[in-house]
Design a protein around this ligand. Structure first.
Ligand code: 4AD
Ligand code: MG
Length: 430
């Protein structure tokens, strides 16, 4: 008998098939026993009907506990009333394992308990829905860049130098040298962009950040495009196009999961480009008007980001930050050299920064000066400096955090639910 997945059952109406999965729930009503089976792609209701109380499958029914693994065999029927729209008339049940008492019950559990049981919590409907949307999000990101002729460049995870400041580096041994886990593939992509024109990398990045917020992970995934000859305005448009493309794809393909999460998608549907653009200084003025006391030279914290990202229905672009609070590689503004051509895109609905990037320094002398100013070890950046010696051009790029984007799309409160096994401050189990 053919083994099929629940999501494919529409092709098997009237046929006898085998479905393999785990018992999600069961109930009985008179002469009928209902088995709700989940196989990762959906939930199927299987039924056994018999006037005989001693029917052998009724015995199996009595023994089965939640999450027991089993194989159901029987005929598929269309049934509008059943979850998923199909039902199986069960002929045979093969039990693989009777599960022990399952620790996650419909009652409320505390977060520490759920995080300790993350390996099981993943099976719950809402967690499952978030990660299903994650796969759609990742697919959309790849399709967006591949469809626009970007070349995928896998940048290294073990690196000899810092990209985003030296305070959040994870250090490890590299034989007789020191190495750091990558904070960003950007510096390498500035090299690959000069070889391929437009590139992106997409992989895990690491920050030894002592921030315990709803938005910070220690290990997160970032997609980073880098484009030779692009300036700030070009990269802003690319960021907008990417966000709009992702939203359209997720609305199109993930509606059932968004429904499970009770995500009100009306605000997402309304988002249009161009996104409003304000400078850092304008942002401060707006914040001060709202009673926030932030001053020039301060970085946005969570309260500031939340305030700013509630100003509009669509995401907001913030540009022209003080050089002091940004990374060494950022291109200064021509007229205001104390400001840099950085770009942050803040998601709406209070979600804050999802994209960070901007235009990079292309002038050799200026870059050398900045490396000195930031007290970075020049030897480690020799190759990066080289790029300004051999056909240097203006270039720009950004990084989008997958988990930040997903939190917003799903409108979930805490970023920990956006990865199967999140790495959080002081938590590395399971
Ligand atoms: O703003 P960030 O630090 O920028 C960079 O790393 C640049 N080198 C990227 C580039 O220009 N190629 O990080 C970019 C994005 C943020 O906007 C955010 O979405 C995400 O990465 N991010 C985090 N996500 C989860 N947890 C953290 N600790 C994050 N730090 C950054
Ligand atoms: Mg940033």
């Amino acid at each position: 008998m053919e083994w099929v997945y629940i999501e494919d059952l529409s092709d098997y109406i009237g046929r006898k098939v085998e479905v393999r999965g785990w018992l999600y729930n069961k109930r009985s009503s008179g002469k009928i026993r209902f088995f709700l089976l989940r196989d990762g792609t959906g939930i199927l209701q299987g039924t056994v009907y018999s006037p005989d109380k001693e029917h052998p499958l009724f015995k199996v029914y009595d023994e089965l506990t939640q999450e027991s693994s089993l194989i159901l065999r029987g005929e598929i029927r269309e049934d509008k009333r059943a979850a998923g729209g199909y039902e199986m008339t069960i002929d045979d049940i093969e039990v693989l394992q009777i599960a022990e008492e399952y620790p996650i019950t419909p009652k409320e559990h505390g977060t520490p308990f759920l995080m300790d049981h993350r390996h099981l919590w993943l099976r719950s409907q809402k967690q499952h829905a978030v990660l299903q949307i994650r796969t759609e999000l990742v697919r959309a990101i790849r399709d967006f860049f591949d469809g626009r002729g970007f070349r995928l460049m896998d940048t290294p995870i073990l690196t000899p130098s810092a990209c985003e400041g030296t305070t959040t580096l994870f250090e490890t041994e590299y034989f007789d040298q020191k190495a750091y886990l990558s904070q960003s593939g950007q510096l390498y992509n500035e090299a690959t962009a000069m070889a391929f024109g437009k590139v992106y990398c997409f992989g895990p990045t690491f920050r030894a950040e002592k921030s315990k917020t709803r938005k910070h992970l220690i290990e997160f995934w970032m997609v980073e495009p880098e484009v030779a000859f692009a300036e700030l305005a070009d990269i802003k448009r690319l960021g907008e196009d990417l966000i709009i493309y992702i939203i359209e794809r997720v609305l199109e393909n993930s509606q059932p999961e968004l429904d499970i999460l009770e995500r009100d998608t009306r605000l997402l549907e309304k988002i249009k480009k161009p996104f409003p653009q304000i400078t850092y200084e304008e942002a401060i003025r707006l914040l001060n008007e709202k009673g926030n006391t932030m001053q020039f030279g301060d970085d946005f914290g969570a309260p500031e980001e939340t305030l700013l990202s509630e100003l509009h229905d669509s995401p907001v672009c913030v540009t022209h930050f003080p050089a002091k609070i940004k990374a060494f590689y950022m291109q200064p503004d021509e007229l205001r050299p104390d400001l840099v051509l950085g770009l942050d895109i803040l998601a709406s609905e209070g979600y804050g920064e999802i994209i960070g990037g901007g235009q990079r320094i292309h002038d050799l002398a200026l870059l050398e000066e900045k490396i000195k100013e930031h007290k970075l070890p020049r030897e480690a950046y020799e190759w990066y400096i080289d790029l300004r010696k051999f056909g240097s051009v203006p270039h720009s790029g950004f990084g989008m955090g997958v988990e930040r984007m997903l939190s917003w799309l799903c409108k979930i409160k805490h970023i920990r639910e956006t990865l199967p096994f999140p790495r959080l401050l002081y938590r590395i189990y399971p």
